[in-house]
Structures are given as C-alpha cells and as structure tokens.
Design a protein around this ligand. Structure first.
Ligand code: MIC
Ligand code: SF4
Length: 642
C-alpha cells in the first residue's frame, strides 16, 4: 500500500492500535522538549514518577518564555530546570539562548523522528519532516519516562502548493490563507501534508513558519517532505549527517485535498482577535499602528529578520510607532551581527529584545491602551499581549517592516520592489557549545528548588455520582489564554498551583474563582473547540484545584482535551448541540461517573432542565484515569508499563 508521510512515520513508530482514521494509536517518541513555563510542572511530574533517567533518544529543556526574571520566581524555576536536567539526563538550553522551536529546528530536530513538546508550537519541526506534536507537560513527562504517546489517528490533508511566491507575499501569507479558508478549528485531529511543485521553492525556515501556525488550525501537526532544501538547511547547521530523504509515495491516498497557488497570494493580515479573521493588508490601509513587534517562533529566523533589515536600511521607523524585534536564537542574532544587518535594525530605531518569546506572550512589550499592534506572531487572542483592549494584527515580517516605516498599514501596491530573499550566509556561527549536556551519571546532582516551587496538589478519585454546579457557561473557541491567562506576572506562578489558580478565567470572568470555590465541585459548559491554543496544562490543573470536575462542551481542542483527562476532569460532549442552549448556568448536574463507559452515551441530570445526553471519545484506559483523579494518581497505583 502506498503511504503518505504521516503513515510512513507513524507506522515506523507504532506500538499500539490500528492506524484507522479516528482510532486511538500509541507511538514511540524519539525526542521531547519542554520550555520553562511548562517545564517545571513536567519535571516535577517526572520526579513524582520515580524514574531515574530520561528514556528518550533526546530530551531538551529550554528556558525561553519568562526570561525577564522579575523577582526570584522565574530565576528559581530556571535553576530548578538546569539542575533537574543534569540529574535526569536532559540537555539544558540556558535562559536567553533562544526560542525552543527555533533552536530545536536549528540544532536537534531530524526528519522521520517523532517529537512531543510541552508547547503547542512544537509542530514547527514539521518544516523538516519531523512528526512533532504539542502535548501537556504530563504527557511529555510520560514520554520522558519511555512511555508511548497516544493520539487519535488523524485524517491527512494534502495541501498542494503550486506556483511560486512573488511580490510581497511571504510564507506567513500561505498559512494565513489556509486559516482564512479552514478556520481555527479546521485542523482538529488532522495532519496537513504539504506537497506539489511549490514546496521545493520554500526553504526550511519558511516551511517552519507554515508548520508552526498549523497549531492555529488546531492541527495534530503539519509535515513537509525532507528534500534538497532540507539537506541544504541541515548542512548549513553543521548537521548534514542528520539528513535523510523522506517523501510520500507517489500514489498515496489522502482524506482531503486543498490547493494553494502561491503566485496568486498577496500580503494578508489576521485581524483581532482570532488568527482566522484574515483579510488582505490592502483592506487595512490607513490604520495607524502604535506598535510593531517582529519575532516569535513563527517568524524570527535569519531570513525573516534579514528581509526586515534590508527594508530598514538607511531609513527611520515612524517615531510614533514602537518597533520591537526579538530574534529567535543567538545563532540568528550572531548571523545578523556578522552580516551587518544588526546595525540596520538598530539605526532604523528598532528596539532589540532578548532572544525569547517576549511580547508574544505578554512578557514585556505590551501595547498602549486601546492600541493597534502589528505582529509577526501566531496568536492574537484578546488580552494575550498584556493589554486588555489592544487590537492585535498578525502579519508577515515584510508587512510588519513596511508598517513600522510608514507608522500605519499601507497598500502593498505602493511598496515598490520587494527585497531579494536573503538565504543563510556562507558562515553560520555555531552556538552548539551553549547547550549544557548532562553528566553520564546524574544521581549525585542536587536539584535546587525555590520557595515558589510548591509540591504537586493531590488528586482525589471521582465519586460514583458527581454532583456539581455549573459555574460557567462559555461560548465557542474559548482559548487557554482565557482559561489560564499568561503574561510575566501570572507566568511567574506556574510552579505554584494554589497561587496561579487565583487567576483562572480572570480576563473574562472576574468572579469565576469565587463561584467555583462557593460551589465546591463545579462544571464548565462550553461551545465548540473548547481549550484551543496553548498546551498549558495549568488550564486543567488550576480549574481542578478550584473543584472543577467536568467540562461539557460541543467539542474540544486536542491538547486541552488530553490535559483534562490527565488531571481528572471528565471531557463530555453534548450529543445534541441544541442541549447547549437548554442547559443553564447555575444548574446543579448529577453525573453518574460509575456508569461512564468508553465511547458510550451517558445521561446526566441538570436541575431545572432535565436529562441531557452526553457522549465521549474516551478510551477504556482514559475512563480509568479520570475516575482515578488523573494520570499521576493512576500511574502511582498501576505503575508504569515496562
Ligand atoms: C503560547 O504560545 O501560548 C505558549 C506560552 O507558548 C504556550 C505554552 C505555555 O503556556 O507555557 C503553548 O503554546 O503551549
Ligand atoms: Fe513562545 Fe509565542 Fe512561540 Fe508560544 S507562540 S512558544 S509564547 S514565541
């Protein structure tokens, strides 16, 4: 049987289940990554499993998100991660070395391998043919312990690229076009495989931009073949030995076909407050930009920033527009310095931030009140920038650069000739020596903790009949940024569940915590795609801490659904979407947990409403896990499988 790329990689890693669309499969994981704001929990959980050393081919612990280190908390987190990496056999990437996804692409990702990361943009590595998925920290900790990773066998979408990008259109515009067509829920339980003659015209960093934002489609991952472009990229990174050719078989079958003519694309922008609210940049001409922010794991490669520098050369950014640049890695920064582009950026008036996530997740660089911020990032959810009423637009680096120079959006038709693309320079400086490799035997390494690193909360088994109050009835596409907001202050509490739980739903519902506590045991009701966005398991852990024991939704985002199971919250779906309208906030529901059966309907009673039929997509093991109060409790009882 001819195979597509997804089938090729998954079948070579399959350890359980049958690769039939929609069925649960288990795969061996070759590599894992974590970052600081998900990593502390992942390592605390790994410690709790009692496994002496990681059992993957490679495990990397990055410190890239909350690098501001306001107060002692994140500095302590970073020290904990450095010492835990040494103890357990992980590579540590020190604070400020760069953004995990950019660094992983440059230094560690390999075609044909499987990777899971405690960050939703882990699929960036799909730009070089690595099957890379975002997952909750506990799922990653399990993979570090050598356990297989379970996922729903995805549908595979063939995205055929024809033609060649021209004019001012960039790789970012390809993925924005796909988001415009397929929306933020169009990719759930799907893999997007890029094929067709347009693929070979795209370099690995451009492919990585597209694979990165597949996360915004809700996709399991995105995949590009490993070809001559991949070989060239790996050779430039000094890793030619990691290259293997990898492509789908010629007559492989796909579940869905989409095609995009690259030659027809124009610069696009995602408007506030969703990555799929996409319009042509020309339609925004005239809109004043208070801020332009260039960087993030989507668009912080040398190619991206060199194009910006070319446009800035000899010019001055509009003084009323605050322009921030965060390079993706120290390697990118070193290349900008060696080629002189760094000076172009500085002299144009840009502010250069540390290599890290920065303004993307509200770690500094928040826009002015009510301000318009034009960003090369991947998410523009309300409030994510750190400014509640900011209007965030997502664009390509060249659109961002032209907007910074003009101080406002302008029509690309007035921009003249675009700069010629800048490929990687002849000399690519290595930063490989900055990674800290663990000792052969880490048993004597002392793990250092700070006062803000609190023990994991205990998780009780669910009762046979759960009586709980509906404490929130939310709408469609609720993001984890709504549930568990980020930003420098709240992210400094990631290792302290009691403290961070005070902020659950804070941006949209100031009384949520009080209502949940008053209810004792609570339920959340939601519309479609509940929990989209980040992989942060705190969006399940903290609600659990506040007593939430079930979420009843029209549908769930993939990673968040798994996180709910991992932390003992039952993810139930309405059998009839119309019941969402019937059910009332404040009702008390009775859920007969003892009757919860994998894949079978379950009738629940809601006061003032009556019987509501729910369905679930849990496996038998997952039913046991939620009943036990979550995966850690379950594993402690059952032990890890050999
Ligand atoms: C994000 O982009 O939302 C984050 C911050 O990288 C998260 C991880 C986190 O919340 O720590 C993600 O994408 O998973
Ligand atoms: Fe960091 Fe932003 Fe990428 Fe998340 S999306 S990993 S916060 S740069």
């Amino acid at each position: 049987m001819p195979k597509n790329l997804t089938q090729k990689i998954l079948s070579s890693h399959l350890v359980g289940g049958t690769m039939r669309k929609g069925e649960k499969i288990a795969v061996k994981i070759d590599q894992t990554l974590t970052q600081d704001t998900t990593g502390t929990m992942a390592y605390l959980q790994f410690e709790a499993m009692g496994v002496p050393r990681v059992r993957t081919e490679l495990t990397v612990s990055y410190a890239d998100h909350n690098v501001l280190q306001m107060g002692f908390r994140n500095a302590d987190d970073h020290r904990y991660l450095r010492t835990a990496a040494a103890r357990f056999g992980a590579v540590y990437s020190p604070t400020g070395t760069g953004i995990c996804h950019q660094l992983h692409l440059e230094n560690f990702a390999k075609p044909g391998k499987t990777l899971i990361g405690a960050d939703s943009h882990t699929p960036t590595a799909g730009g070089m043919g690595c099957f890379a998925m975002g997952a909750g920290g506990l799922s990653v900790a399990m993979a570090m312990a050598g356990q297989p990773y379970s996922l729903v066998m995805p549908e595979v979408v063939r995205v055929t690229l024809t033609g060649k990008l021209g004019g001012w259109a960039q790789a970012k515009d390809i993925i924005l076009e796909l988001l415009r067509r397929m929306t933020v829920k169009g990719g759930v339980n799907r893999v997007f495989e890029y094929c067709g003659p347009g693929v070979e015209t795209l370099t690995v960093p451009e492919r990585a931009t597209i694979a990165n934002m597949g996360a915004e489609l809700g996709a399991t991952t995105s995949l590009f073949p490993s070809d001559a472009q991949t070989e060239r990229f790996l050779a430039s990174m000094g890793r030619h030995e990691d290259w293997i050719p990898l492509s789908p078989d010629a007559d492989a079958a796909y579940d869905l076909e989409v095609s995009i003519d690259l030659s027809a694309l124009e610069p696009l922008a995602a408007c506030p407050h969703m990555p799929d609210k996409v319009v042509p940049v020309s339609a925004l001409a005239g809109l004043k930009a208070d801020q332009v922010a260039i960087g993030s794991c989507t668009n912080s490669s040398f190619r991206d920033l060199a194009a910006v520098a070319e446009l800035f050369r000899g010019k001055r950014i509009d003084p009323s527009t605050n322009a921030l640049i965060s390079p993706g890695s120290k390697q990118v920064l070193a290349m900008l310095a060696e080629t002189g582009y760094f000076v172009d950026l500085l002299s144009a008036g840009a502010r250069i931030l540390e290599c890290g996530c920065g303004p993307c997740i509200g770690i500094g660089g928040s826009p002015v009140s009510g301000g318009v911020s034009v960003r090369t990032f991947n998410r523009n959810f309300e409030g994510r920038s750190g400014t509640r009423d900011a209007q965030v637009y997502l664009v390509s680096p060249v659109t961002a650069a032209m907007t910074a120079l003009n101080g406002r959006f302008t029509d690309p038709a007035t921009w003249g000739e675009p700069p010629a693309p800048r490929e990687l320079p002849e000399h690519v400086p290595s930063i490989a020596h900055l990674f800290v490799y663990p000792p052969e035997d880490g048993t004597s390494v002392e793990i250092k903790r700070g006062p803000n690193i609190k023990p994991l909360p205990a998780f009780e088994p669910l009762p046979d009949v759960l009586e709980a109050r509906i404490v929130l009835k939310a709408g469609d596409n609720i993001t984890t940024d709504h549930i568990m907001p980020a930003g420098a202050e709240i992210m400094s509490l990631r290792s302290n569940i009691p403290a961070i739980s005070r902020h659950v739903f804070a941006p949209v519902d100031a009384d949520f915590v009080a209502r949940a506590e008053a209810a004792g045991r609570g339920v959340i009701v939601a519309g479609v795609n509940y929990g989209q966005g980040s992989s942060r398991e705190h969006a399940a852990l903290a609600p659990h801490y506040l007593g939430i024991r079930a979420v009843i939704a029209k549908s769930f985002a993939r990673i968040h659904r798994d996180n709910l199971v991992n932390f003992g919250i039952i993810p139930l779906c309405f059998e009839n979407a119309g019941d969402y309208d019937r059910i009332q906030a404040d009702s008390v529901v009775r859920i007969p947990v003892s009757k919860l059966t994998a894949g079978a309907p379950l009738d629940i009673e809601a006061s003032g409403v009556g019987t509501i039929r729910t369905v679930n997509d849990l496996t038998a093991a997952e039913v046991d896990i939620v009943r036990a109060g979550g995966l850690l409790t379950y594993v402690k009882k059952q032990g890890l499988s050999a």
